[in-house]
Design a protein around this ligand. Structure first.
Ligand SMILES: [Zn+2]
Length: 421
């Protein structure tokens, strides 16, 4: 047992006293090392014939490209190329690589041995042109190119996507490519790039016909909407929004909103107000794009005179206030956050002609923003506290999120201020 405790460093080397013999030994050792093929060195490092690869079933052979070399063994292969070194490939990963055409496939030569994934469950080989990942419950599948880059950026198999369930596959339209994963998919198209889609949003997109649907290919990953509970994925021709209250909704139109902040809101954050507006406007299939935010130093307008707050009629102070239109394009909407209106309201949607926008006070309700823009887009008060357009004050809304009825949805969609994505 004393032998077992001895480390290699403790072993005395041969004592060679004759310089001629010493030189001969060095030369022989060097020659021997030079003559070991990298495949053989790798084989020995894995235990040789008594290791898990087992005995060789071929000699060291030359690949069809005339450059690389390989040797097959009972339980796997070692491939060598001067650009990659020698690496072993075995099991179902080797079977997948073989099915694709070995080193002549898009994957090229292995650049790693089979390696345990960080989660300890799966295995992978990286290759020059991509990777093959194996998991006991999914099998072995290749991932490469932009889709692999996207998967990597999300955290490989440790991401919510988990392990691949398919090879990269051509979409039915012939233009794009995708891999399905345990937790979702990554879709690629030459003009959009590669983006993940998952969960209820993916389910809804699938129900519409995937990339062949009116929405086309994804152009974003799934995103959180204004820091709230809503989630959104953008596609070429629209977005899919999901929230606990709305489920999945297709958004084909959008309004673009600019925030001009004279006084910061104190009852609800801007994020909370925009998240609430988006949740309601999803009923109408309208996406709320919060475009810019600008702080304005206009102390004389912080308590702004809105007169009777009647659509089509504005005061001199409203005309001055709504003249602040940095960044605002045609048909864009502007909300001015103030301390108060005179007389006092939560907000006021009266605006000068051609300058669609509203005023919201800092103590407004969560729903005021969407309510005032409802007026701007042409819908009117109702006496029903279940609805966004209640005339009884949006603090009295009883069933959040408040409703939009069909006639209101139609009016919002037909407003020139709500535009097709
Ligand atoms: Zn109102």
């Amino acid at each position: 047992m004393a032998k077992a405790r001895k480390t290699p460093e403790e072993k005395p080397g041969p004592v060679i006293t004759n310089p001629a013999i010493s030189a001969a030994v060095s030369s022989a050792t060097a020659n021997t090392i030079l003559q070991i093929h990298p495949i053989t060195a790798k084989y020995w490092s894995l235990g040789g014939a008594s290791g898990w690869l087992g005995t060789n079933t071929t000699g060291i052979l030359t690949c069809p490209d005339g450059i690389g070399k390989y040797q097959h063994y009972v339980n796997g292969s070692i491939y060598w190329h001067h650009a990659t070194g020698a690496h072993e490939v075995h099991g179902l990963i080797r079977a997948r690589w073989s099915s694709m055409g070995w080193e002549r496939s898009l994957l090229g030569y292995p650049i790693t041995d089979e390696t345990k994934t960080p989660d300890g469950t799966g295995r992978y080989n990286h290759f020059q042109g991509g990777s093959i990942y194996w998991h006991p419950s999914t099998g072995a599948w290749e991932v490469h190119g932009s889709i692999r880059n996207r998967w990597a950026s999300l955290g490989w198999e440790k991401s919510f996507l988990g392990y691949p369930l398919t090879n990269e596959t051509k979409t039915p339209d012939g233009a794009g490519r995708y891999n399905h994963f345990q937790g979702g998919s990554i879709y690629w198209h030459p003009t959009t790039g590669a983006w993940e889609v998952h969960g209820a949003i993916r389910d809804h997109w699938a129900s519409l016909g995937w990339e062949r649907s009116v929405l086309g290919y994804p152009v974003s990953n799934e995103e959180v909407v204004f820091g709230g509970a809503g989630r959104i994925s953008h596609f070429q021709k629209g977005s899919i929004y999901w929230s606990p209250t709305q489920g999945a909704r297709v958004l084909r139109q959008f309004v673009r909103v600019h925030v001009k902040q004279l006084v910061a809101p104190i009852s609800f954050t801007l994020n909370e107000q925009f998240a609430a507006m988006q949740d309601v406007y999803a009923t109408a299939g309208i996406r709320v794009d919060w475009s810019t935010t600008e702080n304005l130093s206009l102390s004389t307008l912080e308590d702004v005179d809105v007169g009777g707050c009647t659509m089509g009629s504005v005061t001199a102070e409203q005309i001055t206030l709504f003249g602040n239109r940095n960044f605002v394009g045609t048909n864009d909407l502007v909300v001015y956050y103030v301390r108060s209106t005179v007389p006092g309201y939560n907000g006021c949607a009266a605006h000068p002609s051609g300058r669609p926008g509203c005023v919201v006070v800092r103590t407004a309700s969560r729903w005021t923003l969407g309510h005032e823009f409802g007026h701007v887009l042409g819908i009117h008060h109702v006496n029903n506290n279940n609805r966004l357009m209640t005339g009884n004050g949006t603090f009295n809304i009883t069933n959040p999120p408040p409703d939009l009825v069909n006639t209101e949805v139609t009016a919002l969609l037909n407003s020139g201020l709500s535009r097709l994505i």
